[in-house]
Design a protein around this ligand. Structure first.
Ligand SMILES: *Cc1c(COP(=O)(O)O)cnc(C)c1O
Length: 400
């Protein structure tokens, strides 16, 4: 079957909650994907950072196959021999004493919010059901009803109320706004250290450490959503590390399984994660042995193949080279590690046509928030891959 036939079937039988580029991928390997026509593309989206280790990483594949042949799901009614090792390895890597595994990122965010509320009532002494959690404009934390309740994006929320109460949204990048929003009922802030979906928005220097200081002073939990920015993407293990900020909870997902299988987790120390009692929270698939084995291999690849260091080096090179492109369309090139946004001027007519032109030249990138092209290739990207892409990107950005 050809591209057009796949697209027609998809459009007819599938819900239209996405507007994908018209490329039908059938195979992936490392930084490359191949479509059903046999064309090759450099993947500059990495499934929104779920593919930090690249497509079909052989070591993760091996772990998946081996575990799939042994046992895949036990439910948490019984124990399995992979989850304890994942717990231990996550603790060793992250420096957090405990973790709680879920599947999708949104579920892990929900878990963190529930835990913050429990802490508010049990530890901080906020009257029951009065806890407030502060969130930030242009956030992206997922798609559940509670999470879209604090989205500021009308597309994500307008037709989907009634909303979950208990959330307050303030501007991003302005720590005085946090100070003003705090009440005796404030339990936590939930923040992306870099707002990926909002268009790779990097807060001003010092912002995260100011948030940390304010949270500590007011006895408020600092929850960092590192689902996209974590696990090496920005050239540090966590994006908060750029300011030596240690959140009370970190939420991870996406690259935690290297793109094979949904695995997410909340990381925190014992005084916090120890608050959950049996039965208070759970997930049928969360912490299953297949997911745990895949996550263990995915983490090993990040460490042993030095993907964090590579993201820092390659990111610096990529950003520097992109900044040298002298295009009348470019408003700003910004990024940290291999999370890079090229923001176009409004007169450029939106980023979509540039992404389509990149696709014609063998590069898959996705517009985010209309005017930003995001470049976020896998963290195994080599300088030769970037050098292959640069003249093509330059070509596209110099289009009329
Ligand atoms: C992708 C993402 C999520 C949601 O993850 P899902 O697995 O799609 O539910 C949450 N927060 C951030 C910052 C993300 O990038």
């Amino acid at each position: 079957m050809k591209t057009q036939e796949y697209i027609e079937i998809e459009e007819q039988y599938g819900a239209h909650n996405y507007h994908p580029l018209d490329v039908v991928i059938t195979r992936g390997e490392g930084v490359w994907v191949y479509d059903v026509e046999g064309n090759r593309y450099l993947d500059c989206l990495s499934a929104y950072s779920a593919l930090n280790q690249g497509h079909v990483h052989p070591r993760i594949l091996q772990a998946l196959i081996e575990q799939a042949q042994k046992v895949t799901l036990t439910s948490r009614a019984f124990r399995n021999d992979q989850l304890p090792l994942l717990y231990k390895e996550l603790a060793d890597l992250s420096g957090y004493e405990m973790s709680l595994p879920m599947n999708s990122g949104a579920e892990a965010v929900e878990t963190a919010l529930k835990l913050a509320r429990k802490w508010a009532y049990q530890v901080k002494g906020i009257p029951r059901h009065q806890a407030e959690i502060i969130t930030f404009e242009n956030n992206f934390h997922g798609r559940t009803i509670s999470i879209i309740s604090f989205s500021s994006e009308s597309l994500y929320r307008d037709d989907f109320g009634a909303f979950t109460p208990g959330f307050i949204t303030i501007p991003y990048g302005n720590s005085a706004a946090l100070e003003r929003a705090i009440t005796p009922n404030t339990a936590a802030i939930s923040v992306e250290p870099i707002q990926g979906e909002a268009g790779v928005i990097i807060p001003p220097p010092g912002y995260l450490s100011q948030l940390r200081e304010i949270c500590t002073r007011h006895n408020i939990l600092f929850i960092a959503d590192e689902i996209q920015s974590g696990l090496g993407r920005t050239g540090k293990l966590f994006a908060c590390d750029h300011e030596q900020v240690r959140p009370d909870m970190i939420v991870i997902g996406k690259a935690l399984s290297g793109g094979f299988y949904p695995v997410s987790a909340v990381l925190a120390d014992r005084p916090l994660l120890g608050l959950f009692q049996p039965g208070e929270h759970g997930s049928t698939f969360g912490g299953n042995p297949l997911g745990a084995a895949v996550a263990r291999a995915a983490l090993k690849v990040i460490v042993e193949e030095k993907l964090v260091e590579n993201a820092a080096q390659m990111g610096e090179y990529f950003i520097e080279q992109l900044s040298e492109i002298n295009s009348p369309h470019i408003k700003e090139v910004r990024g940290r590690g291999l999370l890079i946004g090229v923001e176009l001027k409004p007169q450029a007519g939106g980023a979509r046509r540039f992404c389509e032109a990149l696709q014609e030249r063998g590069i898959l990138a996705k517009e985010t928030h209309q005017h930003v092209i995001r470049f976020a290739p896998p963290l195994i990207t080599k300088q030769a891959d970037i050098d292959w892409a640069l003249p093509r990107i330059r070509d596209v950005l110099l289009m009329p």
